[in-house]
Design a protein around this ligand. Sequence first.
Ligand SMILES: O=C(O)CCC(=O)C(=O)O
Length: 271
Amino acid sequence: MDTEKYASIIRDEGYLILESVLTHDEIADIKKALSPFLQGALMGRNNFEGESSERVYALLAKHPKFSLIIEHPTILKILDQLLEPDYLLSANLAINCHPGETPQPFHRDNDGGMYSDIAGIHGISTIWNFDDFTDDNGATEIIPRSHTKRDWQPRTEDVVKVLMPTGSVLIFTGSLYHRGGANSSDKTRLAITPQYCQPWLRQLENMVLSVPPEKAQSLSSRVQALLGYSVRSPGFMGYVDGVHPKRLIDKDYQGRQARGEPTIGGSLSGS
Ligand SMILES: O=C(O)CCC(=O)C(=O)O
């Protein structure tokens, strides 16, 4: 696996598709964790969310199994090359697109933070599919290389449907134009989209409120850090009451002080 090459494709093309990354068991486990929330009760509230789509937010507060894709080693190795150390999980939701869904408006995920037109990579999004993405079931549509365009409107002739077998992942920059497609089939189309941002940006979803300390406790250290139970190093962006936020979930946390790394303000203990 040449993650440097993958990162360079994402920089140039704006996206990359990795097919059949998850095993059958992993796909089944994730679908099982999600199924109690897919009861047709959480339909989208507008054309963007999709009035015929179910959207389930705050996934890590609902089941720890979603960590499997959030901290997937291949994804993290790619992110390590595209984002600065201590990058964060910015959004993480499931989208179950029902029959009859119309196309979503084209957008860039960075638009949610209103920084799409600032040069550079500010976020990386992933879309994992838990049904085959086919020609007629609402597969995500992208515009290759649109991530560097400014003052430009998507043209239909440039649209590419992302057709991929279940358990695959589309990885793209937060400035790539894309949308959920129309579902003219008679089946639902399930996807989960973990999105990541630079460590100095505000996350789209307020992750430490979505996944409060008592829930975060049971997750891995890496996922805790991605949620925001972390401090951007060097420096101290992200502290809580003068200490490392990890202390809210682990009273014995020794952290940077024990590792001889710079602590908050260089003097406050326990950071
Ligand atoms: O459902 C999809 O395929 C894409 C959804 C999306 O891009 C979004 O809601 O931001």
